[in-house]
Design a protein around this ligand. Sequence first.
Ligand SMILES: [Zn+2]
Length: 398
Amino acid sequence: MRRFLLLSLLLALALRAAPARAQEGPVEYTVQPGDTLLLIAQRFDVPISLLAQANDLTDPNLIQVGRTLVIPDAAQARNATAPVSTVWGGERLRLLMDVSQAARAHLEAFGLGAASGLPGRAMPLLMRDAHLPQPFIRLDAPDAIVQGETGVVWITSLAPFTPTGAFQGRKLVFIGDGPSLLGYRFFALLPTGALDKPGLKKLMVHIGPATTEKNIEIEAGVYETQHIVLPPGKGGLLEPDKLKAERERLYALWRQVSGPPRWARPFRFPIAEGFPRTSPYGTRRSYNGGPVSSFHAGSDWGAPEGTPILAPAPGVIVLAEPLFVRGGAVIIDHGAGVYSNFWHMSQIDVKPGDEVRTGDQLGLVGTTGLSTGAHLHWEIRVNAVAVDPMQWTEETFP
Ligand SMILES: [Zn+2]
């Protein structure tokens, strides 16, 4: 009897969960002015992710007035078993959840959302999708990144949690890009160093209890190896303690993330055009016949002493002083954990706390610190990883 009651209760719940639809099979709907994907999903009592999936909507901007959408049968989708992996917009997403876990995640999101003062519209959306066959998480990331280059991963999810994740043993720093029609969007930069090992690397992203992952190929870059023999006289500059103290101070600074990006365009080149590149980013270095243990973290340009150095992008000055190894130094915080660094300067025209715009003068080229001639050393650090700055002059991140 007890079992029968339980069964009836479950049956009643299942019937209650079924949508009120007169029609059988798929229904079509023509997008009207003022419609959003969310409104249409609510009108037909269909999870927004299912609606997007059924119409292959990879971009919310793709719903145009007059377009015919297929309204999938939500009841059928609910009864279907959750696939372990699904092909979504040509991409392979592995979703490590079953139906009940998905429901729990969304309800948790709902609970958390109410507590953290999220916009009210997030709630019906999350409630409605609590019966999703799988959580709606979309991961966009490149298939391959060349050593030394910066990539980007985008996450779109119905849960307003900030994702966490890791790539090549480095923790990802996710930054919110606000809600969109398909859910909440976050991005993280994927910096790679010139000595990162080539091969397939797993990108893992977690949102609440959900995990999604993608394999990204690290491709070998073309970098020379320099064999540097240090003259005994320069040995004094390579005192390990002073070197280590300077490095640790800089790494502590580079690991800070002050907020969202302050830039909106590719970075401008920080000196006038036409000076020769004397040492590119990524050149591997072996000292006094030892193994390759480091690489050139920036790009060197042979400009004469006194050449003005200009801010490549907007930001805030976080360091402006002479350093032991790097000489006259200026560091700009561009937001999102991205820093421009200029070493060996002969003059510094800014101070910590200054806000700079693209093109503002930072100081002059010099040969201070561990340097053998006047040159500009420009280095970009992304979450403390030294990446090729030239890519940042060609592409807009994220
Ligand atoms: Zn250099």
